[in-house]
Design a protein around this ligand. Structure first.
Ligand code: MLT
Length: 404
């Protein structure tokens, strides 16, 4: 008789955004006339930029021609994209990353869930609380999280680093020393970030205690302040302790296109074992490469036209972020984020729980957001709104919230 991976049975409920989607679908069915505005999941709404569409069209033509047709992509990514990443994302920031440290993938969500596979099941992970749920859930599936305590909403073998308004959303070094530290900066869900010197302290800490940092930089394009690092490799010693995950979803609108990459530096070793080689082995076995058309689209994000068009998109979403932030503040809400990230993190009014405010907003304003408690126990009493809607919908939603 076969047996299942029982770790899956430990997962409480469904994936956060699936739960929200089901709730919204039920509300919509029961209230067919209501026009719902979705500021929940961080999904983009602007169409792909013209430079990207042009590159995709060209690649499609190539695929239809026997002379230029491509079959399986190289499992670690095409050279043209890996080189472009090094040239544009790392060299200008003084980061010494080479193309063979770049692993092209179908997005940072998969990479952030899969990367734990190359680490021991006995490792202890540390996460910010609140946290992007994939980091914890993927470690639960791998049997690394221990036992779930329903009352506290925590896992026995996970080290939580609370990020709340009391500590300015800056994680503190945990009392128990972890083996793997997940950092997402600028942060999803709080929309806040830390300075480059604060990040350097994390790199120093990881090197001191022998931990690895899994650094999710999916929101890097939204950084507007000077003293914030765009890559963890801007910090000294990071190549010895950090893996960086990057996505094209938020900076280039690829949520439906799917493309990302992971940097595993050659200096990152466990004893004599190279994690770069381990990840290459894993990628080669389990992944057949992102599609050629999509990798050409990724390359186009680095052309002068592509860059200018994407800067325009980021500015568009950040205009939404400012409108939400300022609008809610003027309505008396306590609001965070929205300066270096497209997320607004607010305190729920009248001591409502996060899910109470979710229901209140859905029923009374027909606006969907994300309950803070869905990201972890320290998210209770907070609520996330995304700036990825259209400007018109954002203003309409804001007007409805202010009118409550
Ligand atoms: C979010 O809303 O937190 C993100 O869009 C989820 C993701 O990027 O997978």
């Amino acid at each position: 008789m076969f047996k299942i991976n029982e770790n899956y049975q430990k997962l409480p409920g469904s994936y956060l955004f699936s739960t929200i989607a089901k709730k919204v679908a039920a509300f919509s069915e029961a209230n067919p006339g209501k026009e719902i505005i979705r500021l929940g999941i961080g999904d983009v709404t602007q169409p792909l930029a013209p430079a990207i569409i042009e590159a995709m069209h060209k690649a499609v033509e190539e695929m239809g021609n026997a002379d230029t047709f491509r079959g399986y992509a190289p499992d670690l990514g095409y050279g043209f994209l890996r080189e472009a990443i090094v040239e544009h994302d790392y060299k200008p920031r003084g980061c010494n990353i080479s193309a063979d440290e770049v692993f092209v993938s179908d997005g940072a969500k998969s990479d952030s869930a899969n990367i734990q596979e190359i680490f021991s099941a006995g490792n202890r992970i540390a996460v910010c609380d609140p946290v992007y749920p994939v980091y914890v859930d993927s470690n639960v599936m791998a049997g690394r999280a221990g036992v779930y305590h329903g009352e506290s909403g925590t896992w026995s073998n996970v080290v939580y680093m609370p990020c709340t308004m009391e500590n300015g959303f800056v994680p503190e070094f945990p009392k128990e020393v972890p083996d793997m530290i997940y950092l997402c900066l600028p942060n999803n869900p709080t929309g806040t970030t830390i300075t480059k010197s604060q990040l350097q302290e994390w790199v120093d800490y990881a090197n001191r205690v022998g931990a690895v940092i899994i650094y999710d930089g999916a929101y890097e394009a939204y950084i507007s302040e000077e003293d914030v690092a765009h890559s963890i490799y801007e910090c000294e010693g990071a190549k010895e302790c950090a893996i960086e995950l990057k996505s094209y979803s938020k900076n280039a609108g690829f949520t439906g296109v799917r493309l990302g990459y992971t940097i595993v530096p050659k200096e990152l070793k466990c004893g004599e074992v190279s994690l770069n080689q381990m990840w290459a082995r894993r990628h080669g076995t389990k992944f057949n490469g992102a599609p050629y058309i999509v990798q050409r689209a990724g390359e186009a994000t680095y052309s002068p036209e592509g860059k200018a068009q994407l800067e325009g998109q980021v500015a568009y979403y950040m205009k939404n972020a400012s409108a939400i932030k300022n609008g809610l503040q003027s309505a008396g809400y306590t609001v965070f984020g929205g300066v270096n990230a497209p997320y607004i993190w607010l305190k729920t009014p009248d001591n409502m729980t996060s899910w109470e405010f979710f229901d209140f907003l859905l029923e009374r304003a027909n606006v969907v957001g994300t309950p803070g408690s869905g990201f972890g126990p320290s998210g209770e009493g907070y609520f996330r709104l995304t700036a990825f809607g259209s400007y018109e919908n954002t203003l309409t939603a804001l007007g409805r919230i202010k009118g409550l």
